[in-house]
Design a protein around this ligand. Structure first.
Ligand code: LLP
Length: 463
């Protein structure tokens, strides 16, 4: 990996650096500065998009998302000699249009709840694609109705623990396709909330139970166990953990085969990081796929196993860099000698990542992309919470109320983690492509906010 030099950006336009791999780009691939010095994405002027659709607005570049899907598939074709499949970890952003785009690129889905499952089924249905072999259902505490919905649609259940396995074992009249999720005990450097591979994780079977597990499954003929799964965490830049994981999983596969289980698939999870700031230096999609492919291939050669079907389930690196969030700047406040706050019309409800994981973002002023960056400010949200800070230290030109501020790389875990905190309606989202913008999630209204509210008659009665 070539290490990035610390770059000095003089204007918002400097963030538009050409990159080969979508996950290494701060802005979506189609971003450019137009003749009016405005940011343009997918051929659409961001300032005009805000005039038309309002703000905050998630702007998703279809071309970047499709390119990321293609980059994963091309890399697998190039570096892996066996069968392979990319499934989208849809927790990153699960909605009909996103699922539709990803499915039309030939990817399957990792879903983690009945709601994600239902949405993926509906999106596939629109495209006439069968959920079978395309939906993989994860989760450490799936409910019985969720499991039944998945089984009804022939989805593969990613079995997480003994309680779930025993539940499935009790449905002996059904033929159920499963994969077993194991905790690999591999440490990696990322935020502790998004590490999943270490042994003290709520996810997956303990690898010390492998013998008992494989024996149990091999004795239940209605449980069609096709593969093994592990995921070590998210926003990972290191290569070694995934190489170690590949070797470990092949050794598990060997053991499973010794119990007569026809394990043909290894799913190594997702986790490849993206660039949120100019200092971030994630491996490219190609580099990541190459090292995983080589890890599996060389371990199989050593152990004399034929190549399994290799599955990967990226979320963030497929969609994170494809989207920006546009806000309108409102009030500002200078605390002399300390800092200047500028406030935008959204915040922790549309992007809870800074307050949850101390995530760092970059931003630019979409209506003055070439203006010199002369100020260091704190970008605050509008929530009634002091911690509602989107960017603690942002370099911007001098701004005024009405300027359009875009935060980069908001495609992953932003809309999907959005809330109605302080009763803010969730923003709209548009996809942009070749000058056309289509609404994919309409802005919530105050009426939407009251949709689930009930007012029991009893409250009208006088005491
Ligand atoms: N597979 C499994 C089993 C996972 O748990 C995850 C993410 C993925 C795949 C996709 O990982 P990715 O490629 O996106 O790194 N809300 C956090 C991230 C939580 C990730 C949870 N699992 C955030 O905003 O950073």
């Amino acid at each position: 990996m070539v290490s990035t030099q610390v770059k000095i950006f003089n204007s918002g336009a400097d963030y538009l650096e050409p990159t080969d791999s979508v996950n290494q780009s701060l802005f979506p691939l189609t971003a450019r500065v137009n003749a009016e010095d405005h940011l343009e994405i997918g051929g659409c002027d961001v300032v005009s998009l805000v005039e038309r659709f309002g703000s905050p607005l998630y702007i998703l570049d279809e071309m970047s998302l499709r390119t990321a899907c293609q980059q994963y598939q091309q890399a697998l074709n190039q570096f892996y000699g066996g069968l392979s499949q990319v499934i989208y970890a849809s927790k990153a952003w699960n909605c009909l249009a996103v699922c539709g785009i990803v499915a039309s690129e030939g990817l399957g889905f990792d879903v983690v709840s009945g709601g994600e499952l239902y949405t993926a089924i509906q999106a596939l249905d629109k495209l006439g694609i069968n959920p079978q072999d395309n939906i993989y259902f994860h989760g450490n505490n799936k409910s019985i109705p969720e499991l039944l919905l998945a089984i009804e649609h022939d989805c593969t259940i990613m079995v997480d623990n003994w309680a779930e396995l025993q539940q499935l074992a009790s449905w002996s009249q059904k033929n159920i396709k499963i994969m077993l999720r194991l905790t690999p005990g591999i440490e990696c450097h990322t935020h502790e909330y998004i590490r999943t591979g270490h042994l003290d994780s709520k996810f997956g079977f303990d690898p010390n139970d492998l013998d008992a597990l494989f024996k149990f499954v091999s004795e239940r003929s209605h449980l069609n166990c096709v593969g093994l799964h592990a995921h070590i965490g998210s926003q990972i830049f290191e290569c070694q953990p995934h190489q170690d994981l590949a070797r470990l999983m092949v050794s598990w596969q060997q053991k499973a085969i010794s119990y007569g289980l026809p394990i043909s698939t290894l799913n190594v999870g997702g986790g490849l990081g993206i660039r949120y700031t100019e200092q971030d230096d994630p491996p490219s999609i190609h580099q990541w796929v190459e090292l995983v492919s080589k890890g599996i291939t060389s371990a199989c050669l050593e152990l004399g196993l034929s190549l399994p079907k290799l599955m990967i389930e990226p979320g963030r690196s497929l969609i994170g860099s494809s989207c920006v969030t546009a806000y309108t700047i409102g009030s500002s406040k200078t605390v002399p000698g300390i800092r200047k706050y500028i406030a935008v019309d959204g915040g922790m409800s549309d992007n809870p990542r800074p307050i949850t994981y101390q995530s760092v973002y970059r931003c630019a002023i979409a209506n003055r992309m070439s203006a010199p960056l002369t100020e260091e400010v704190t970008v605050a949200g509008k929530h009634c919470e002091s911690g509602d800070i989107l960017i603690r230290s942002a370099r911007l030109p001098e701004t005024t109320a009405g300027d359009i501020l875009v935060v980069m790389a908001t495609g992953a875990y932003n809309y999907s983690m959005a809330s109605n905190y302080n009763r803010l309606p969730r923003p709209a989202a548009v996809i942009v492509k070749e000058g056309e913008a289509n609404l994919i999630l309409r802005r919530e209204t105050y009426t939407d906010l009251l949709n689930q509210d009930l007012f029991p008659e009893r409250l009208l009665e006088k005491e």
